[in-house]
Write a protein that binds this ligand. Structure first.
Ligand code: UD2
Ligand code: MN
Length: 531
């Protein structure tokens, strides 16, 4: 079975990048004859696997198991890209994958006149087989970087493809944000689709994305990101029940889709999920809307932060960000980055995060600064043009975003304090042991929880100690009532007060019957930051 999708593709690499115009995208939904032109040095491993399984390795998204006697070599190769390169190289460039969609997605039909799309793939020192599999699974080709095989060899490969493709090369390492900007500027499609350079697209991934944009050009849409194992290249379906959020440190995190979003869709899991943030690598956006909404912040370097920046911007400035649950694309998630961060990893990410906090988060940036105070020493450059953009687009405040788009956020929309919680008798502070810094920063929120980032003070038995557990937003064991006159923190469920205990409790704050003792008095501080 074949499908034809009219489209256009742009591949970008940062050091070197590639832009490809693919006007005709041939999309094979099934592949049984997976021709594999492989590096001959891998033949022993390949032969061993094939003789055991009688099928080419990795077909139907199966895990590839490397034979024992090849494992030393496998470990060596792993270091190059921080994934199992030996496994990847054994898998056909157009391997077959399972159809992991919800049943309700398989029967959906889409208009004939969907917009076309350019596909931009940025890469820096990507592996040959993962890059090529990305291109083949969407049925195009591309390239770039310092590695020899990403130069002439790739150009030759691209030239053999049925789809026209351009390779653009950055003059110098610029990072994924500026590389994507370069790619985007060269696109001509009605929609721009961004992908990482180690993806595999599954049957029917593109149509629902384009259809949603056709419905609403201000919808920015992501597929469900399936997991391709970095160890075995096994293909594992991602969940339609998680969406994007972030914590106080501005790390992107997946969280369960809340009930309110299930209700809004009347329980229909095949409808797009409105997500507070996106992971960043895989999404489609109307090309003119991408311009209108301010593309990317070109002051951001290398990697990180651009996904939250774009998420906040889209929501605050009148668009919507959605996960289209009928679209599945796989991505190799790595535990470490294989490439360098010129200037230092922390420095780069902190700078990018400061830029987005300063422009979009208003006073809520304090949560970020207070949990990672070293950050305020990082120079974030000039953000005046981004602030001017926010002005000219008349974007809403961050408080609006928290209230309307992300009420289950780790950053509370309303709170009484942000800082230390100090005991009057002992002068000691509530302390989330085990963290290196800032273990004493808590927020007492309007929901009456005492939280630091996504952890809440929780007490589950009478006269028992408190522990730090994931905040559940259900009040219960995590609800404390502060009496600003008596300075007590009443644990409502047990009707006991938080006490700073004696020696035998090993200094763990503990519930005790309320007595008015000084050890049950707490001062909640609002730490002010001078940034
Ligand atoms: C995630 C996103 C990624 C990006 C990043 C935050 C997914 C699946 N991936 O990280 O797209 O939003 O969060 O910034 O959502 N690259 C360059 N130049 C560089 C560095 C990277 O071109 O200097 C390329 C790289 O080859 C890859 C893409 O940018 O194709 C994303 O990099 P990654 O795969 O290391 O990021 P990832 O998936 O950890
Ligand atoms: Mn990636």
């Amino acid at each position: 079975m074949r499908r034809f999708v009219y489209c256009k593709v742009v591949l970008t690499t940062s050091l070197v990048w590639v832009l490809v115009d693919v006007f005709l995208l041939l999309y094979f939904s099934e592949c049984n004859k997976c021709d594999n032109k492989k590096d001959h040095s891998l033949l022993p491993a390949l032969r061993a696997v094939m003789s055991r399984t009688h099928v080419a390795p990795g077909e139907m998204g199966k895990a590839v198991v490397i034979p024992k006697d090849e494992q030393e070599k496998m470990k060596e190769l792993f270091k190059i890209n921080q994934f199992n390169l030996m496994a990847s190289d054994m898998i056909a460039l157009n391997r077959s994958l399972p159809d992991v969609r919800l049943d309700g997605c398989k029967t959906k039909t889409y208009p004939d006149d969907l917009p076309n799309t350019s596909i931009v793939i940025v890469f820096h020192n990507e592996a040959w087989s993962t890059l090529l599999r990305t291109i083949h699974s969407i049925l195009l080709v591309d390239d770039a970087s310092e590695r020899d095989f990403l130069k002439k060899k790739l150009e030759h490969h691209v030239a053999t493809l049925e789809v026209p493709m351009r390779i653009l090369r950055m003059e110098q390492r610029s990072g994924l944000i500026r590389a994507r900007l370069r790619g985007a500027a060269a696109t001509r499609g009605q929609v721009i689709t961004f992908l990482d350079a180690h993806c595999e697209c599954t049957v029917g991934w593109l149509e629902p994305l384009l259809a949603r944009i056709k419905e609403d050009r201000r919808a920015v849409v992501c597929p469900i990101i399936d997991v391709i194992s970095d160890e075995t290249f096994e293909y594992m379906a991602g969940s339609d029940m998680t969406y994007g959020g972030f914590n106080w440190k501005l790390n992107f995190r997946w969280y369960p889709v809340p009930q309110r979003e299930m209700d809004r869709r009347k329980g229909d899991r095949t409808l797009p999920v409105r997500t507070p943030t996106m992971a960043g690598g895989l999404f489609s956006i109307d090309r003119t809307y991408f311009e209108e909404i301010g593309t990317y912040d070109s002051g951001m370097d290398i990697w990180g932060g651009e996904n939250l920046e774009m998420s906040f911007r889209i929501w605050q400035c009148g668009g919507s960000l959605e996960i289209v649950t009928c679209s599945h694309v796989g991505h190799v998630f790595r535990k470490a980055t294989p490439y360098s961060f010129p200037g230092g990893t922390g420095q780069v990410i902190n700078k990018n995060n400061r830029r987005l906090a300063e422009v979009w988060m208003d006073e809520f940036k304090d949560f970020f600064y207070i949990i990672s105070p070293g950050v305020v020493r990082v120079d974030y450059g000039d953000v005046s043009s981004r602030k001017a953009l926010r002005e000219s687009l008349k974007c809403k405040p961050f408080s609006w975003y928290l209230e309307n788009i992300y009420p289950d956020s780790q950053i509370p929309r309303r709170y009484y304090s942000l800082g230390e919680i100090r005991n009057v008798e002992t002068n000691q502070c509530v302390d989330n042991m085990g963290r290196k810094e800032n273990e004493k920063v808590f927020s007492y929120t309007a929901d009456k929880e005492i939280r630091t980032d996504d952890l809440c003070l929780d007490a589950s038995r009478l006269n028992g100690p408190v522990v730090m557990l994931k905040c559940h937003h259900m009040k219960g064991n995590q609800m404390f009532e502060y009496d600003a006159e008596r300075l007590t923190l009443l644990h409502v469920n047990s009707n006991q007060c938080l006490d700073m205990p004696s020696e035998e409790d090993k200094m763990v704050p503990t519930l005790r019957d309320c007595s008015g003792r000084r050890s049950q008095q707490w001062i909640l501080r609002n730490m002010t930051l001078s940034v």
